[in-house]
Structures are given as C-alpha cells and as structure tokens.
Ligand binder design. Structure first.
Ligand code: PMP
Length: 295
C-alpha cells in the first residue's frame, strides 16, 4: 500500500503552543515563508523515547532563525518540552521529529518584518533513510552539479528551507542517474557534504572530514568526531579537494536521518566499508540509545 500523504495522517501536531489534529495543522497560501523561504527547520531522531541531542537541535533551530533575521518566540527549554510532548501524545518511541519555524501571512513582500513567527513540531515513524540492503553494500554517490553557496551569497550555515533548493535538485538528479545521493562541492570546488548528510573519509586508520564553515555543521558529525576520538582514532578536519578522493579507503555519511551510512562509491571511485566504518557504526548505535538511570 502506498504511504499516506503527509497531510492525511492521524495524530497530533504541536502548533504555536497547542496540539491540533494532524490534518488541521495548516498555513495559508499567502504565508511569507511559502513565497520567500523564510523558514528554518530541524530533523531529529528519538531512540527508545529519547531524542538524541535534543537541546543541540533546539539551539540550532533558534540560531538558524537568527541567521534569517527572525526570532523564534520559544526558549530552547520550551522547544524541548514541546518535542517530548509530541512524542508522548502520538505514542512514538523510535521516531523522526521535525520542528519548523516560519514567518506567517501578516504581510507579503520581500521584507518579512512584522510577520508573526510560527513554530510547529511533528513526529512520525521513519525507520531508515536509505534502503537497508543498499546501506550495507555502501551507497553509490553521484557528484552534484550545484555547489554549496559561498557564505557571502547565502546563509550557508543555517538549516534554512531556501538553502535546500539545490539539495533537492541535486538529490533528484542523482536518483534519476541511478545513484542514492550526490556529493556536493563547496563554492570553491572543495568537497563539502551530501544533500542531507556530512561526509567522512578514512586513510591509514585516520578520519578526514571537510571543515564545516560553509555548509551545515551536523550534530551527528560533531557526535561522530567525539566518538571516534573516544575510540582512539585521529580525526582531521581540513580542506579536501576532489582529486584526493581516490586516496581514501573508506567513506561514510553522517546525519540524523542517514545516521552513519557507509559509502560504496563516489562516481567511479570505489570504497569498501571496513573496520573504521564498522567501529563508528557500532559506537553511534550505542550512543543514540538512551542510558537507563542507575538503580
Ligand atoms: N547537511 C545537510 C545539508 C543536512 O540536511 C543534514 C541533516 N540535517 C546534515 C548535513 C547532517 O546534520 P545533522 O547531523 O545535524 O542531522
């Protein structure tokens, strides 16, 4: 059976401080965000009823809004409480959580000053971003035509809807060409990230990952760096140029939705998910599981 459309499901969505039935969580067609992309969002996962890095996601949501020039009228603590309540109210334990903040329909023009800022939180079951069989073989990545924007051209560090236009185009093109996703270069042509995940490479047992100063600095990326160092692995954040890609032995992606996803190839460069990727996969799976309080 086909998956139900996102506007035709049962459950409750938190909208501006109250719970509304899922199908009634609507915005008007003259909403500023729909016309001018004045919206920011998060993607989070709950494991065993607990959202991994919930506070970090709430802080990034507020920071993304500030980068777009508006303030979300809820504190980090209130956003965290709303997310937890959404899970409880919908009876969800292992789930994806999607907070979204946007400028409303009070005014319609390029300047959104004076519009009310809305916040919604929805959650749903979402097992694995990538097909499970494909994940273990390693994803095949295309190289995107679009590049991540120069931070002087767009608020490149914000998790803002507008920045996703090129990600959507790149991912759709990759899928048409038979790939799972696309590796995107930054504005100078250096390796950046995928359309919704950060990228790591392995060489001689050390991890190499691009410096996240002109694309989304993933919360999973930060967690994986910490976990890798905890495992005694060297992690080198540096500029990586595409001509280096054949010199790496392993490659994997990190992201809330993707989790840790081994890569089998970028274009015609092959990688074999090996010991380092397996160690990181295991460490991440342990880290996301909520700890039971000591008796
Ligand atoms: N880059 C982009 C463009 C993304 O959409 C995501 C997913 N939020 C990531 C990286 C990974 O970020 P995180 O680990 O915080 O989910």
């Amino acid at each position: 059976m086909a998956e139900r459309a996102f506007d035709d499901r049962d459950g409750w969505i938190w909208l501006d401080g109250a719970f509304v039935p899922w199908r009634e969580a609507k915005a008007h067609v003259l909403t500023h965000a729909l016309h001018y992309a004045s919206s920011v969002f998060e993607g989070e996962r709950a494991y065993g009823g607990v959202i991994f890095k919930s506070a970090a996601h709430a802080r990034r949501l507020k920071a993304s809004a500030e980068m777009l020039g508006f303030e979300i009228p809820w504190t980090v603590e209130a956003i965290e409480a709303a997310k937890a309540e959404v899970l409880r109210r919908n009876g969800l334990v292992d789930a994806y959580v999607r907070p979204l903040a946007w400028r409303g329909a009070d005014k319609l023009g390029v300047s959104g000053t004076g519009t009310r800022v809305h916040l919604a939180v929805a959650a749903w079951e979402w097992p694995s971003y990538f097909d499970e069989g494909e994940r273990m073989r390693g994803l095949r990545l295309d190289v995107a035509e679009y590049r991540r924007p120069d931070p002087a051209t767009a608020p490149a560090l914000a998790k803002a809807s507008g920045v996703y236009m090129i990600a959507t185009l790149s991912r759709e093109r990759a899928e048409r060409r038979g790939f799972a996703d696309a590796l995107m270069l930054d504005w100078l042509g250096r390796v950046a990230e995928c359309t919704a995940a950060n990228v790591f490479f392995v060489r001689d047992g050390a991890l190499h990952t691009p410096i996240a100063d002109c694309f989304l600095s993933g919360i999973t990326r930060a967690a994986v760096i910490e976990l890798a160092r905890g495992l005694g692995l060297a992690v080198i954040e540096r500029r990586i140029w595409p001509d280096e890609l054949p010199s790496f032995s392993e490659c994997f992606l990190t992201g809330t939705a993707a989790e840790v996803a081994p890569v089998g190839a970028i274009g015609d460069i092959a990688y074999t998910p090996g010991a380092v990727t397996t160690a990181i996969l295991g460490a991440y799976a342990d880290a996301v599981r909520p700890r039971r309080a000591a008796a």
